[in-house]
Design a binder for this molecule. Sequence first.
Ligand code: ATP
Length: 869
Amino acid sequence: MTWLQTDPSHCSSESPDQVVRRFGGDASDGLEEAEARKRLAEGGGNVIDVQERFSPLRALLHQLIDPLVILLAVASGLAALLGEVLDAVMISIVVALNVGLSFFQEWRAERALAAIAGLMTPHSTVIRSGRRQQISALELAPGDLVEIRRGDRTPADLKLITAEALLMDESPLTGESRGVRKAPGADPEGAPVHDRASMAFAGALVLDGHATGLVVATGVRTEFGRIAALAGSVQRLATPLQRRLGRLSAKLGGLAILAALGIMLIGVATGRPLLEMVFTGVSLAVAAVPEGLPAVVALTLALGVRAMARRNALVRRLRAAETLGSATVICTDKTGTLTTGEMTVVETLTAQGRWEVGGGEPDTLAHATLYSAGVCNNAELCPDGAVKGEPTERALMLAALEHTTLDGGAPPDRLAEQPFSAERKRMSVQVRDGDAAMIHLKGAPDFVLPLCAHLATQTGAVKMDEAARRDWTEQAEAMGRRGLRVLAIARKAHSDADLIEHDLTFQGLVGLMDPPRPRAGAALDAARSAGLQVIMITGDAAGTAEAIAQAVGFAPGRVLSGAEIDALDEDGLGQALKTANVLSRTTPEHKLRVVRHLQTAGEVVAMTGDGVNDAPALKQADIGVAMGIRGSDAAKAAADLVLLDDDFSTIVDAVREGRRQEAAIRNFTCFLLATNLGEVLAVGLNIASSAPLILTPLQILWVNLLTDGPIALVLGAERAAPDLMSRPPRRPGAPVVDRTALGVIAAFGAASAAAALAAFQASMVLSSEAANAAAFSAVVILSACIVFSFRSQTLPLARLGWRGNVWLPVAALAAVATQLALVFAPPLQALMDLAPPSALSWQIIAGSAIALLIIPEAIKYLLQARRRR
Ligand code: ATP
């Protein structure tokens, strides 16, 4: 068990061999599978639980220290002291139910988010028993041999065994965001963390190169010591909408308390008993403040995040769920996002002519071209014969294995490599070729042809002049216009010197096909009708990009190249972006500039990305979207949203869900405000007159429990309205309750208050208990009716249909049935101090219920008809 007692900080000053011995590891075959599992069981997984755990006790306390709850507790204690024991007990029960409901909502929200964190566990490449495999990073054990490469996040503290041009971003650990070079070796004794060049620390990102390292510390024992960023969790910072709603609640709270105080004073001044007035005032304040709102909003957002996860969109930051609804522009990659990413080689074009796959054996030059494409290639050959890797690499490797003499089991020895990057748009390798060496290079034709001095022909290499280069460039463009991704292949024989990419011999062009994703066209249409601008940003050539854009379903628009973007100033770029929907031959820097520009023009931008260099643009975007399958850890760490299926249509689905949530939150906020206003108006006007009390404190609290709780919750689960994706995006930061909504709230509030007062008066002839019951029933039944109007602010119920919210009629009927039971069932009657109201009161209630159901519908219908005209 020496590995368990080893202090990982000593490993930096030891040689790799010493460390491997100490950990009982193996620098080439890794740990035995069984040994790794044993170590995991003994030492625990690679997990640090620093995520703030949901503490039920703390959440409950949080609910209990709410000033309004305290106020009510004090008031009911006072009542009990003064002999009103039944009232005091009933009020305590209703308050407890309220607290319980809020607590339950918070708990469910937390559960929904915690389940999503489990989906974000990163994977790492480990070598065990000599086999390379992908495992969850949480299952790494000390002594494991791990591979890291460009884009990865280091899963544990590693002592480097081999490293190739390794450049790390250790900012999560040291705050220093510039890349740090790392290499195997031994560091000076006692070197500070940022000087330990022989170590790769957990949490650091690989900016370039690749390495293998031995795990010396996992979980809590790592320097980074914070798995949260590693395992991923949903960031729960309050979203802008939550903050805005919080401010709205606070303002309304202030107003409500003032109103309650005023009503109390008026009551006392007009000779009502002090205790009754204190109670009424406190209950009214409780009723008027939409204190249930934050809990319902949090739950709606959390359930929305879960719904998005089910549709393959993982929200990493809660704020993104909400921003999605206001997105105005989506900038998207092409390969794998709009297309399937399943590339296949379809043809080659060489000095010998065109050779097509399926057209027999390749001719000599086609063979040479494909052979080079297979040698200059980083796709991985698995023992079971499968080929893994980036789509272009994989397609070329498969073609080379099938149509050339390349032996996958024994490829030529590689001496050096200049890797592919989005900036260089080419890669090259130098391999052993008999006693000499040979360079093979592949890349974008416009980047490769200028490096070529010769052209391969059947009779040998001939000089390639400017005219020939132009001719080949045109041929490549023509292939691109047919929707093919085109790569140029070149070689240089007898090249024993360094890997220098010039004076090459051009072999030929390879054309690859990548079909559009089946759902992309429909998603583009949906985005268009939702007023979203979609811009394809690709590294591919203009012709290919345009052809694919058309095949996928983009409207014809301008194609803007990276070079053209460079030549434009900000004004020019703004003009160009108004008409351009395809950006070709771009680099990640172009993405960043385009996002920034669109944002200053007031757009809300969703931007996709997968590589390390995409991280700045993803961070800058309002919604950074990383690819779950193809994306690097670096991109995922920078993103707000991760697409589990890499599919463009998932972004549009997520926008739809974002809009749905936003509309739902707006709708139930307005509903709560309308019902609260109704109660405050009814009680206020009643007290100002000298009639007996219209609603007892207990009744006010009961109504509040119903509306703030189940009814609002069910309203929040409303499905996406049919017109949700045919409206333009909502302005970000637009008030939750705008002027129109204020008018609607005022109208509903006034109407239900008037109905409650009228019903109250109509039963006064019987008794004050009957009058109470009438007003109480009016408030509950009308709330259960008007909630239907708040399902959509624009569409009438006839267009929404019932299936959009099957639970709402159930909740409304349950509220009405409970109300009838309270009024008519003798034991409940006694508890609530009620008596059956008069027939006239019921007629008033029924009449206003029907009016409040029909009138808003008629208005929406007329407005819709006018809009359509
Ligand atoms: P997309 O938006 O379609 O995902 P991208 O921005 O990722 O595209 P890149 O992968 O950077 O595009 O490719 C840009 C160009 O570089 C391609 O048109 C191709 O000519 C060349 N290229 C792509 N992959 C490779 C590779 N593995 N080796 C050499 N050249 C490549």
